[in-house]
Design a protein around this ligand. Sequence first.
Ligand SMILES: [Zn+2]
Length: 421
Amino acid sequence: MDYLASRRCPKPVTPPSGRGVFSGQSVIIAPVTNFSFQLIEKDKSTGARAGVMRTPHGEVPTPVFMPVGTQATVKTLAPFELEQMGAPIILANTYHLYLRPGSSLVASFGGLHEFMAWQRPILTDSGGFQVFSLGHLRRIGDEGVTFRSHIDGSEHLFTPERVIAIQEELGADIIMAFDECTPYPSDVDYNRKALERTHRWAERCLAARTRQDQALFGIVQGGMFPELRRQSARFLASLDFPGYAIGGLSVGEPKELTSSIVEETVPFLPEDRPRYLMGVGSPEDLLEGVARGVDMFDCVLPTRVARNGALFTRHGRRNVRNAAFKTLDEPIDQGCDCYTCRTFSIAYVHHLFRAEELLAYRLASIHNLRFLIRLMEEAREAILNDTFVRFKNEFLSGYRPTDQKVRLAQKQKWIEAQRRQ
Ligand SMILES: [Zn+2]
């Protein structure tokens, strides 16, 4: 098809159609008309569930893993490759797109879907996590957060109202409330104060919305303190968001703690709304999250480690740069249905990495993302067939997770690299 003919004409951003009113405790919310979540099946012996989200850009079967397109691109991949691997939804980062190219520029192209030529659903985060992990010289107050750009040092203020306005310009199907992410470890008093602020900001986010075609999700915080998590889940549930995220996890704490906090939080979230565990993306963590009733996940892990040559297999991560793969005429993972595994030997991918050829990063990203998307498809199938526990146990008994120390060191290195960008 002719490129120009296939390119959608830019459309103007949907005009404001009714502003929420905020006065003290009373919040009048503009109804969301184009979003729904249907719970289809619940596993009998775990919290796992299968469902479907309906958005203005199509349906998303759950549980689902969402590839991360930080700068309105999933690194190295074109939208058609994401479609071919079955990605039903992707995520883009508000903080990065606000700084560059600017949300008003994206709006002038008709929003993110048109700008990046991706017609399936998109979720944008609120920028909260990036402001707290990447921003420099920040000041946190009740009004919002002042930070310096990691790109050029310019100063900016994110308030709940500003963050909603930016996400409305970007035009994703699902947008997130602005929240305060606390570092790990941090004490209970600090977490309590941050939580109270996050709750006030959640009310202000709801009141600031002007678009009815975006679903705004609330974010549960509360650090590693079960009581604060429960309090946060209860409070946000009372605000009747169409979906809920669990934020502030996977920030350097041990895996067991992540799981136990998820377990403490989920029972206090409404059953008829999707639940999203932010920033979690290793195969074993995804299955543990699904077993505890989580429906959505996102993480840069699969694409970040892919570019270093670390590829998922049913037995654990293997590094394709390893000399052992130089002559191996097998796919990266036996049984994987991705384009890379259907087409190339691991010896060829090994060669591309050794030669530092750009195709290496693309083929590795295709494989790792498809691995997680397929894992969630299989988990969903198992939930529907009442075989989830067997599926989870079989997968985990064969899969050797990456050493925790190695994981944390890699993550820290990545955050440092982001700061230097
Ligand atoms: Zn593959």
